[in-house]
Design a protein around this ligand. Structure first.
Ligand code: ATP
Length: 456
């Protein structure tokens, strides 16, 4: 069932232009994906929602847009160069390489019905494999010019801590937020976009007084769950995993993972980690530049502690699509039973907000009215204009990509509504609601306020 559901979701993503395989015409590139027209819009809406909630709607977090390439010294100081690795096991029989903690659940590439531990291949001991992509800065490919594509966005926020503090003149507690690409040479990219080699993160580094770190960790946990609910992931599908001390980084005094119940199992969307003063301390020691904070109230100088909510853009996009995907039995206009596929996106997140449909395409007045309406609404949000085919089919095509509203321009628009409270009135349209499929008559002049209120 779950596998089948995932297959249908992947097929829909391709068919309707949410997500394509990267470099598809050349056979693809494992772990890399392209977002098509609707996917790009969906992803943008998600990032906008996060950015607004994190920066514009509060005055204690500031934005940063750091570079992907950084001085290699950053990755030495952060510990990534020495330790950002997964233990790997090689199979001498099939030459495959697998994550040591996943061998028991990874199918053998040669005998896919058996797991790697049971296929009889000769396995090596686990060895560390660094996940950072190497690259060279400048024309000479030698060790002095080596650096990495960033495996997380966080480090720019630590190394710019002092600059942001000085320009903003913020007092603790305050945070820095960033959205951007990160790269990890994952051994087994899998579950569609869930584990990719190129992906985007949305991270906050929230700087606090050491005595307040634990309380802020709890507050961030509550805030982040509420945010996922606000974009349409229900509380009951989000699990909180309190990571035990033995599985946390040695400097962490508490980490919560937020897991979403994907069709392939409950998996991590976000980690919220209380990282103490580890990162700033490391960079202060390695760079020789002070990264302390002077507390004017207590006249003390200290390195702030950090709570880091770190979320994945691609994983959240996938969760939103999985959550939205619904199949339901409906009866069409001719009385036939059929399956309606609907993406029940929260209207804020939906890539297209309204479909505009003139009832007949060979009626110039009607088409002109519908086109004018589309042009008007387009100034406010993405709309899709469609004049081809049966109206039922046009609705279904928009249901399948999650468009919350359908607007039909018909004879009554030109000649006056036949019945209801707007009887006799011209310039009205039918507004159809995606989830309930209910329709109502509305004056064109009331459309924009109605839709903008619903889109939040
Ligand atoms: P995992 O255990 O699943 O590998 P992680 O604990 O290493 O993840 P973090 O380093 O905490 O992940 O990164 C923060 C967030 O970045 C994750 O919660 C996830 O949403 C996202 N992320 C990390 N790795 C990937 C990846 N390979 N593909 C897509 N998103 C990722």
């Amino acid at each position: 069932m779950a596998e089948n559901r995932m297959e249908k979701i992947v097929a829909l993503c391709k068919r309707r232009g949410f997500i394509f395989q990267s470099s598809e015409i050349y056979g693809g590139l494992n772990g890399a994906w392209d977002y098509g027209p609707l996917g790009a819009e969906l992803k943008r809406n998600l990032k906008d929602a996060w950015w607004k909630a994190m920066t514009q709607w509060r005055d204690d977090i500031l934005g940063l847009d750091g570079s992907i390439l950084m001085n290699r010294a950053v990755w030495k100081a952060s510990g990534h160069e020495a330790t950002f690795s997964d233990p790997m096991i090689d199979c001498k029989t099939c030459q495959g390489r697998f994550r040591a903690d996943q061998v028991a659940s990874t199918p053998c590439p040669q005998k896919p019905s058996k797991m790697v531990t049971a296929c009889g291949g000769e396995l090596t001991e686990a060895r560390q494999f660094n996940l950072m992509f190497k690259t060279y800065v400048g024309p000479v490919e030698d060790d002095r010019n080596l650096t990495y594509l960033r495996p997380e966005t966080a480090q720019a926020m630590f190394v710019q801590f002092k600059n942001v503090l000085e320009v903003s003149r913020k007092k603790l507690p305050f945070g820095i937020a960033q959205i951007g690409k990160a790269f990890r040479n994952e051994i087994n990219p899998r579950n569609f976009t869930f584990r990719s080699r190129e992906f985007e993160q949305m991270e906050v580094e929230f700087f606090v007084r050491p005595s307040e770190g634990k309380a802020w960790l709890e507050k961030w946990l509550t805030d982040r769950i509420a945010w996922y609910e606000s974009i349409g992931l229900p509380r009951k599908k989000i699990q909180v995993y309190d990571v035990p001390a033995k599985d946390r980084a040695f400097y962490s005094q508490g980490t919560y993972d937020l897991l979403y119940e994907f069709p392939f199992g409950a998996e991590e969307l976000e980690g919220i980690a209380y990282r103490t003063d580890y990162d700033l301390k490391q960079h202060q020691a390695a760079s020789g530049k002070p990264l302390e904070y002077f507390d004017e109230e207590t006249r003390e100088k200290f390195i702030p502690h950090v709570v880091e909510p770190s979320a994945g853009v691609d994983r959240t996009v996938l969760a939103l699509i999985c959550e939205a995907y619904t199949e339901e039995g409906v009866t069409d206009e001719k009385g036939n039973q059929e399956t309606r596929v609907v993406l029940r996106f929260h209207p804020r997140i939906a890539p297209v907000k309204a479909g505009i449909f003139p009832l007949l395409k060979n009626k110039p007045d009607l088409v002109e009215k519908a086109r004018a309406l589309a042009a008007d609404l387009r100034k406010h949000f993405p709309v899709f204009y469609d004049e081809a085919g049966a109206i039922g089919r046009r609705y279904r095509r928009q249901d399948e990509v999650g468009t919350p509203f359908g607007i039909t321009v018909d004879f009554e628009t030109l000649e006056g509504a036949k019945e209801g409270p707007l009887a006799g009135r011209k310039d009205t349209v039918t507004l159809r609601h995606r989830d309930s499929m209910q329709q109502e008559r509305l004056a064109i002049s009331d459309l924009l306020p109605r839709l903008t209120a619903a889109l939040g």
